[in-house]
Write a protein that binds this ligand. Structure first.
Ligand code: PLP
Length: 405
């Protein structure tokens, strides 16, 4: 019998956050090693509990949650999201414009499936959260990566965006706050992005899943609040702001110039009905989460657990010879740079495997975020201060040994 091959649609699809290096870590764990995992933004596994009222709401409603619900989601959940969009000053959103999904992830894939014909292009940041590149490719599209500029706080390089637009460019993806860089885009940059989208009639996909994970008193502007003549699709959910990744509850909001997008919206509706509905128990938590006490604010405030861990990781990384790092203003990650003169890495996946083997620390290589050169890695600063110290000490030893090679 002939070998069974995967679909050619998967040729350019990869997701390194759970790729070969984490797979090796899993095997090592099976062999009895204890691995410090700094590869994934899974808050609950680091003792960041979801708000108690949110958990209780899911438990209380479980007996009512055995049936399918509307494909776009529970009315009360969408109503709560609608109020949230008003807080974020996104105009003219009705309950009908909101789709609840099994995490933002499902909706990102759906949004791309509904839009792209083979060969259509989408501007995606580099580095990116790699689901975006994967979702564009899986839908037959071509991701065109625009550079975010490390020397400018990882803000999108507007000239690079302009240079990469062709007649096949349909949309631009903006991840703000950004994973993996921790950048938070100021309003003037967002306005310029809107202007570019306007000039080239691009749909704006705004991934704002970290919009409450903001340090140093920063505030977040939803790009969809800045114009009503373009089509915006904004993504958010319970995974990060409410530390409930495992509930798989996210949402997508269509706003702006919905009139020109009737056919696309019809496509989104078809796709959402095809999978009947998203996980119902978690949808009950959305109203409570959005309307309840915003405990994330305590974690990111000066002295809060997340803010302290960011500072520990940043102070450490910037003290290692040959490593530099932009201080994150938001989210849960850092994307440090290895000076190629000191660390002449040619294969960053191999580097991460060596780190794992030698020091039992799991990180993800920069190229896993579609960064073009093997000179970055992403670190998740979620372990508590003691564990973080241990992990950073091991990194220190690894890089000191590398410098002596
Ligand atoms: N978007 C970004 C930027 C993320 O970092 C993540 C998860 O890490 C997601 C989307 C996926 O979120 P969800 O858990 O809602 O599927």
């Amino acid at each position: 019998m002939e070998a069974i091959l995967k679909s050619s649609k998967l040729l350019n699809v990869c997701y390194e956050i759970r790729g070969p290096v984490p797979e090796r870590a899993r095997q090592m764990e099976e062999d009895g090693h204890r691995i410090i995992k700094l590869n994934i933004g899974n808050l609950a596994t680091f003792g960041f509990d979801a708000p108690e009222e949110v958990v209780q709401d899911v438990i209380r409603n479980l007996p009512n949650a055995a049936g399918y619900v509307d494909s776009k989601g529970l009315f009360q959940a969408r109503k709560a999201v609608m109020h949230y969009t008003q807080e974020k000053k996104i105009a003219d959103v009705t309950v009908d414009d909101i789709y609840i999904g099994n995490g933002a992830s499902e909706l990102i894939v759906m949004a791309m499936q509904g839009l792209l014909n083979n060969g259509d292009e989408v501007l995606v940041p580099a580095p990116d959260y790699p689901l975006w590149t994967a979702a564009v490719s899986l839908a037959g599209g071509k991701p065109r990566h625009y550079i975010c500029d490390e020397s400018n706080g990882w803000l999108p390089a507007l000239d690079d965006i302009r240079a990469k637009i062709t007649e096949r460019t349909k949309a631009i993806v903006i991840i703000n706050p950004n994973n993996p860089t921790g950048a938070l885009y100021p309003d003037d940059v967002l306005k310029e992005l809107v202007e570019i989208a306007r000039q080239h009639q691009l749909i704006v996909y705004a991934d704002e899943i970290y919009d409450k994970v903001l340090y140093d008193g920063a505030t977040h502007t939803s790009i969809a609040s800045l114009a009503d003549d373009l089509l915006f699709v904004t993504f958010n959910g319970l995974s990060k702001n409410y530390r409930a990744c495992g509930y798989r509850a996210g949402w997508m909001v269509v706003s702006g110039n919905k009139k020109i997008a009737r056919d696309y919206i019809d496509g989104l509706n078809i796709l959402s009905t095809m999978r009947l509905c998203a996980n119902v128990p978690a949808q009950y938590a959305i109203q409570t989460a959005l309307g309840g006490y915003q405990s994330i604010n305590d974690l990111v405030a000066p002295g809060g657990r997340l803010a302290r861990q960011r500072d520990i990781a940043y102070d450490f990384l910037t003290s290692v010879p040959g490593i530099s790092c932009v201080k994150p203003k938001a989210a849960l990650y850092m994307f440090p740079k290895l000076d190629p003169k000191i660390y002449p890495v040619t294969d960053d996946q191999q580097l991460m495997l060596e780190l794992l083997q030698e020091e039992k620390v799991l990180l993800v290589q920069g190229t896993g975020f579609n960064w073009p050169t093997p000179d970055h890695f992403r670190l998740v600063f979620l372990p508590n201060a003691d564990d973080l110290d241990v992990a950073l000490g091991r990194l220190d030893r690894f890089f000191a040994a590398y410098r002596k090679r």
